[in-house]
Design a protein around this ligand. Sequence first.
Ligand SMILES: *Cc1c(COP(=O)(O)O)cnc(C)c1O
Length: 360
Amino acid sequence: MSRVYNFSAGPSCLPEAVLKQAADEMLDYQGSGQSVMEMSHRSKVYDKIIKDCEALLREVMNIPDNYKVLFLQGGASSQFAMVPMNLMTKNGKADYIITGQWATKAYKEAARYGKAREVASSKDKTFSYIPETKREDFDPEADYVHICLNNTIYGTKYAQLPDVGDLDLIADVSSCILSEPIDVSKFAVLYAGAQKNMGPAGLTVVIIREDLIGNAMDITPTMFNYQIHADNDSMFNTPPCYSIYICKLVLEWIKGLGGLEKMKEINEEKAALIYNFLDSSKLFKGTVVPKDRSLMNIPFVTGNEELDAKFVKEATAAGFVNLKGHRSVGGMRASIYNAMPIEGVKKLVEFMKDFEEKNA
Ligand SMILES: *Cc1c(COP(=O)(O)O)cnc(C)c1O
């Protein structure tokens, strides 16, 4: 068996230890005689899995007691509608910062349910930076301010949160959750599709301050109402059972490594290997303003489309897969989520150096 180094932006690689454990437990989960995929979500065995997953997430992320954790479906994309339907209900207004395609989609969806306002945007430079904002830029009557904390496609992240005063801050953290510690108490809602840094696709995690639950618009579908899921401990309907189980294994793996402080240390080391090389390379260059660089998604280009294509092709043949950049940026993108081992990053940089020597 030979495994590739998978730099996909999502779904993305999972820790090998997790995959091995899942394989070991595939046919007979802990003496139950069944796979986790086959068992009733109402069974005692499964109840322990979902409760352990929540407890681990709370522990690893240090989630305060006045926040609910919801295990939902529909991807981060469903949250683009769920957030306004549940929360744009006091004044019917919300402020959005536009830092890329996902933030734009969130904003457009919100505009269908109320007065969504674009506060700032970095579209003028292909979203290669995080726009500056001041407290006065935000509408004091906004029901919330929405940001995308790490911009998966463009490779930017907020080094510092915007100052929104007393307003509720909501963040899409799909591509940075669990990559480093985050102060949950600074947010009203955090949400993430699991398929980048938490587990397989199919699971969407929502972390929401309790006092915000219970104000949904009348038109809100039952399945889109946070209160329904909170009241039923994410068991109103069948949850994405297997994805939650893998997420639990991923959280155990992170805890075993030393938690999010350690994760951050490892991720910074990995990202620095690539950024330092890009900054000294004669052939490759990063596309993002240095101060706003992501730890997770690193876009880069040679400046020559043919050479970019040649690099992607040769890298793929050498076992470094999914390095083609998003079509809106071009070039390449290396997504180096938690599960990408440091050896994978070191070997990629070696490969890039070699390519540079032959092609610069
Ligand atoms: C991948 C991604 C999404 C879309 O997630 P789905 O689960 O496919 O809906 C939204 N926001 C960000 C930041 C992402 O990286």
